[in-house]
Structure formats: structure tokens, C-alpha cells
Design a protein around this ligand. Structure first.
Ligand code: FNR
Length: 180
């Protein structure tokens, strides 16, 4: 099926390994699937109800609209101190305030990568808990937890064949999941 996915990369770092994963997804996806990167969550101000009362930042409304228009949302995130990065939590706090709710009922796929062995699994567990409160339609399996990522990338691409094959299978599953 022709499906449009949006990707949210949650590292602000130049050379981010998670951005490299996001960059490689179009190579691994089934035919007809497109990927559009969302804006950087780093452009959102820190959430405050004072700021909200003064009017939603344009970046927040633009991201919310892009998610609403998409068939699925893919979140690719590092793990910081056994949880999600603050910039992702801030983005979710903003998006939770937007009406109509962009993430409620939306198919969501989570991916994480780390040079460590555990690949960001603890961040994924926290993220699933948070997204549960949004009533997101999270795909639970297969899970993409990419450990030892430093030896699996080259330049701006994921090159490890096993990981590429696995992500291709996951994207096929997410395409079927989102089409339902
Ligand atoms: C990390 N890192 C890290 N890695 C991990 O597997 N579990 C963790 O809890 C943490 N905690 C953590 C905290 C902070 C503040 C930093 C800066 C880093 C290491 C992290 O996985 C590594 O820096 C990755 O390269 C970050 O992903 P990006 O930015 O390359 O996509």
C-alpha cells in the first residue's frame, strides 16, 4: 500500500547514530512507503502553560499537523540515563496539549540505537509507558533495539546486513500494522 510515515529523530547531535538509522530507513522500506522527517524537537521552547497561554509555538502546530496527515509516526531515539532524552519528553508534553490530539490512535513505531549493548531498551520501555497515556496505537513487535551501533554504521548509513534485514522486516510489519 502507499503509506506516508513521518520520522521524529530525538538527538540534536551532529553525527547522531539515531539520525543515521532514520536516514537509512527509506532504503529498507517496502515499495510505496514514503518517509518525511519532522522538524527538530530541539526547536520547541521548554513547555510552560504560560507559553501555551500566549499561543502555541508554530513549530509545535506544524509538527502536530504533519503527524495528523501521516499514516504512521516513527520515533527514533537515543537513551539518556536509562530513559528518553529531555528534548523528546518536552516535544511530547507540547504535543499532548494540542487539539485535536495528533498522536491518539496514531500507529507509532519506536526504534533506538546506542553504542552500548542494550541499545536503548530502557528508553523504549519509558516511551511506551508515556505513549500509552496518549492512546497511541504502538506496534509492540518486532522491537528494534540496536546495540553496539558504532560497528554497524559507516558514513551516514546503517551498513550491518543483519540489522538492515531486521529493520526491513520491522518496516514491512509496521506498514501492514498501519494499513489496518
Ligand atoms: C548517554 N548514553 C547512554 N547510552 C545508553 O545506552 N544508555 C544510557 O542510559 C545512556 N545515557 C546517556 C546520557 C547522556 C546524557 C548522554 C550524552 C549519552 C550514550 C548514548 O547512547 C550515545 O551518546 C549515543 O551516541 C547517543 O545517540 P545519538 O545522539 O548518537 O543518536
Amino acid at each position: 500500500p502507499d503509506l506516508k510515515f513521518v520520522t521524529l529523530t530525538c538527538s540534536l547531535r551532529t553525527g547522531s547514530v539515531n539520525a543515521i538509522i532514520a536516514n537509512t530507513l527509506p532504503e529498507l522500506a517496502p515499495e510505496g512507503v514514503s518517509f518525511t522527517p519532522l522538524g527538530s524537537p530541539g526547536e520547541f521552547p521548554h513547555y510552560s502553560s504560560d507559553t501555551e497561554a500566549a499561543g502555541f509555538p508554530e513549530e509545535v502546530l506544524a509538527m502536530a499537523e504533519s503527524i495528523i496527515q501521516a499514516d504512521g509516526l516513527i520515533i527514533i531515539t537515543p537513551e539518556y540515563n536509562h530513559s528518553i532524552p529531555g528534548v523528546l519528553k518536552n516535544a511530547l508534553d507540547w504535543l499532548s496539549r494540542v487539539s485535536p490530539q495528533p498522536i491518539a490512535g496514531k500507529p507509532v513505531l519506536i526504534q533506538s540505537a546506542s553504542p552500548g549493548k542494550l541499545g536503548g531498551v530502557r528508553a523504549q520501555i519509558h516511551l511506551r509507558q508515556i505513549l500509552g497515556y496518549f492512546d497511541a496505537r504502538i506496534m509492540n513487535k518486532p522491537e528494534a533495539i540496536i546495540g553496539d551501533v558504532s560497528v554497524k554504521i559507516s558514513g551516514n548509513r546503517l551498513t550491518d546486513e543483519n540489522t538492515r534485514a531486521f529493520l526491513a522486516r520491522q518496516l514491512t510489519a509496521f506498514t501492514e500494522f498501519s494499513a489496518k
